[in-house]
Design a protein around this ligand. Structure first.
Ligand SMILES: [Zn+2]
Ligand SMILES: [Zn+2]
Length: 253
């Protein structure tokens, strides 16, 4: 069995086809998926998915790319994350690729999420893009280790992975690891210990080979497991079982 640690099933491309999305999950033995929140305005839809389907879970957070949306404070995040179907805080983090200029607000928002995660004792889902040094620095300064969590859609170096592992974090690989040109990332996947690996689709984006370029969905997470298995000399079943166990332990489900 497989568990998709990160997808956006409330996005219209997927929510419009939810029945077939859930059917393919079943057909491909994807037993669970975490629907990740990106802003508070759409959080009710994310939560509704988790309330209506036993195998879907929710997280609450405001993505670093979202400007002009409700800015969360610690109390608000903690209040929303109290719901039993909410198993994590995020996605949160830093993104210096999509946005430029003075991004102090992004760092403040990230600090707020780490504080909320520590307060409620639920793990963090961290997004980092071209901002690894600051991401790790803020994680240290705000003691993210106490909450734990996952570096999602990991595309950074082995050194960054090691720093996150040292803070007790998990590393989640997406369909990018199946791309032929992702040579360095394949090496990272080889060395991250199996007991700290999660797999994800980040659907609707980043469909893995052989579906690259098409609309992604949680059922395809199996292909991520197959590639990691190939890199580690294991079977896809072994990677699926281990990463599912990691998912259960980290998110307490
Ligand atoms: Zn992300
Ligand atoms: Zn995402």
């Amino acid at each position: 069995m497989y568990a998709d640690s990160h997808c956006h099933l409330n996005f219209p491309e997927l929510s419009a086809n939810l029945v077939s999305v859930l059917d393919l999950m079943r057909a491909n033995e994807v037993g669970m998926a975490l629907c990740v929140g990106v802003n508070l305005e759409d959080f009710p839809q994310v939560l509704a998915l988790a309330e209506q389907h036993d195998n879907l879970y929710a997280s609450v957070g405001v993505h670093p790319d979202y400007e002009g949306v409700e800015e969360p404070d610690v109390a608000r995040l903690v209040q929303l994350a109290t719901h039993p179907r909410v198993v994590a805080i995020g996605e949160t983090g830093l993104d210096y690729f999509r946005l430029t200029g003075d991004l102090e607000w992004q760092r403040e928002r990230f600090r707020t999420h780490i504080r909320a995660a520590r307060e409620i004792g639920k793990p963090l889902i961290i997004h980092t893009r071209e901002a690894a040094a600051d991401t790790l620095r803020l994680m240290r300064e705000e003691r993210a280790r106490e909450a734990g969590g996952v570096m999602h859609c990991f595309t950074e170096t082995e050194a960054v992975a090691q720093a996150a592992l040292d803070m007790g974090f998990h590393i989640s690989f997406s369909g990018i690891v199946t791309f032929k040109n992702a040579v360095a990332l394949k090496e990272v996947a080889r060395v991250v210990p199996l007991e700290r690996i999660l797999i994800e689709t980040d659907a609707p984006y980043l469909a893995p080979v052989p579906h690259r370029g098409k609309l992604n969905q949680p059922g395809y997470v199996k292909h991520v497991a197959e590639e990691i298995a190939r890199l580690k000399g294991l079977t896809a079943d072994e990677v699926g079982a281990a990463s599912t166990q990691n998912f259960r332990r980290l998110f307490g489900v």
